[in-house]
Design a protein. Structure first.
Ligand code: G3P
Length: 198
């Protein structure tokens, strides 16, 4: 329907607003596309600027997924279209029209888009991400493991959303191609402080 298409476009445009670039500008930090991993996301902002700036990026990037999906859910849009709206938000984040199509990896935005499915799913995803991060120190590996498990958790908790969540997971995994290569080559940079891990 016309309404759903309008929402998909709006979700893409909202997703295209790069919180990482804007927050770094506001905090006088280096451009996250030029330093660290070069990725405009919460992880890299944490590397460059620490906790507060990273938390702000995380929340804003999540809201880019949550707002369009949740509003659409409230007006009764079906699960398949909700999935497309979530994907549009992530595609905006990954290929932002306002930032020369050079965006992030969609982890926070996908989590935000899945959040309206419910607190138990969101809790499981955050827990998985956190446990893998604490054990391994790699934000990317945490995202990869969480993306693989997300469709299984969803199938278990709210089966009608399995397909849309699986589509989001595929997008995240595809976008972590470079991280997967770095992980396999032993060249990925951990983000947890060393003294924590030794
Ligand atoms: O959220 C993105 C994360 O999974 C990887 O980020 O900066 O380590 O490539 P980065």
């Amino acid at each position: 329907t016309a309404l759903a298409i309008a929402i998909i476009i709006a979700a893409y445009l909202l997703g295209s607003v790069s919180s990482a670039v804007l927050v770094c500008r506001a905090y006088g930090l280096p451009d996250p596309r030029e330093q660290g991993s070069g990725n405009p996301g919460a992880t890299n902002v944490y590397r460059l600027g620490g906790r507060t700036a990273a938390a702000l990026v995380l929340v804003c990037d999540m809201l880019k997924g949550t707002i369009p999906v949740w509003l659409s859910y409230l007006i009764g849009i079906n699960p398949f279209l909700l999935g497309l709206i979530g994907i549009a938000a992530c595609l905006g984040h990954i290929y932002p029209v306002f930032f020369h199509f050079r965006g992030g990896k969609g982890v926070a935005t996908a989590l935000g888009a899945m959040a309206p499915i419910g607190l138990s799913l969101t809790g499981l995803l955050v827990l998985t991400w956190g446990v893998v991060l604490v054990i391994t120190g790699y934000s990317s590996l945490s995202a990869i493991v969480t993306a693989i498990l997300a469709p299984l958790f969803t199938w278990w908790i709210k089966p009608q959303f399995t397909m849309p969540v699986a589509m989001l997971s595929c997008l995240i995994l595809f976008r972590h191609y470079e991280n997967i290569r770095r992980l396999l080559d032993g060249e990925e940079k951990p983000i947890v402080l060393r003294r924590w891990r030794r």
